[in-house]
Design a protein around this ligand. Structure first.
Ligand code: PEP
Ligand code: MG
Length: 316
């Protein structure tokens, strides 16, 4: 089976009805970039930059250290696009394991973009490092867990300020596309606002499921209730994809469901054309793509959304 999949490495990811599908990788370290390309990724859809920040006893990487890390990742990309997500620490990703988060509801607390916006100088250190690295290859900048228009505006103001700081220092930097993670129901329900501000969107189903169903993604006692197929989750995913495409903007999905071959046809049927996943899943998902006919899957996916059909459909 592995050998059979390996032969798909250079096969274009196109469905039976001719839809080109983007298959991207999720990575955690700069060295993962080259491995992702080797595994058949057409780019990185999610570089979880928090892994540069974690396990250091709380001592954060400076601008130059981050710049070198992003440059190293870009070098591994061989010209393919690299999507760098700003730090997403907190909740299930503590800055340091030794640090006990004693907040009542860490998943609802100071995590991700909230953590960055709480310390704008620290946030801009990361933004400047990313902007500088963008001179060396195609970089997309992605922000986690935005929920409110005020957060969007604060975030974009920090990007402007980071550019101004580099200008003032006479340090060159490159152009970046700006994108938002859609992983809070409030963001999915106000996706039109997000589309006014951002060039692209990336749906984070890991958190979107958690927050839509009120199921802690890290709590084993309720893991059986964590359901990617819940109609409420599918409705949000479908609406975000449709809204993005109506505005001519790219919508990717980078939660675990993107790499689950049992989900590929449903997501294609819901209109998804860009998947970002663990690199090890890329060829298996490509195999599903090659067997899929989106024109046949779309009406079935609509029925799954409304509960008229079950999500398991073997034959295309
Ligand atoms: C997600 O929430 O789906 C996601 C991709 O981000 P993370 O798993 O890093 O929270
Ligand atoms: Mg998330």
């Amino acid at each position: 089976e592995r050998e059979r999949l390996a032969r798909l490495r250079h096969t274009p990811a196109v469905t039976l009805d001719g839809e080109a599908i983007e298959l991207l990788a999720n990575i955690e370290q700069p060295a993962d970039a080259a491995a992702a390309v080797q595994a058949g990724a057409m780019g990185v859809g999610l570089f979880r930059s928090e892994f540069l920040f974690m396990g250091r006893g709380g001592k954060l990487p400076g601008e130059d250290e981050q710049y070198r890390a992003y440059c190293a990742a870009l070098e591994g990309m061989q010209g393919l696009p690299l999507t760098i997500r700003t730090v997403d620490v907190g909740a299930d990703k503590p800055l340091d394991k030794a640090f006990k988060d004693d907040h009542l509801n860490p998943a609802l607390g100071l995590r991700a973009i909230r953590w960055s916006l709480a310390d704008p100088a620290m946030f801009r250190t990361q933004l400047r490092a990313v902007l500088r690295a963008a001179r060396h290859g195609p970089v997309k900048l992605l922000f986690p867990m935005l929920a409110h228009v005020h957060e969007i505006e604060q975030t974009l103001a920090q990007v402007d300020l980071a550019r101004a700081e580099l200008d003032a220092r006479g340090v060159p930097y490159g152009a970046v596309q700006l994108g938002a993670m859609i992983e809070v129901p409030a963001a999915a329900l106000t996706v039109d606002t997000f589309l006014r501000y951002f060039d692209f969107l990336s749906i984070g189903t890991n958190d979107l499921i958690q927050y839509t169903l009120a199921i802690d993604r890290a709590d084993e006692t309720v893991a059986h209730l964590y359901d990617p197929l819940h109609p409420a989750v599918l409705r949000l995913v479908a609406d975000v994809i449709a809204a993005g495409h109506a505005h001519g903007k790219s919508v990717s999905l980078c939660g675990e469901t993107a790499g689950d071959v049992a989900m590929t046809r449903l997501l294609l049927g819901l209109g998804l054309r860009s998947f970002s996943m663990h690199p090890a899943q890329i060829l298996a998902v490509k195999q599903e793509v090659l067997r899929a006919d989106t024109r046949r899957l779309a009406p079935w996916a609509q029925q799954v959304l409304t509960g008229e059909a079950v999500a398991t459909l073997p034959a295309t």
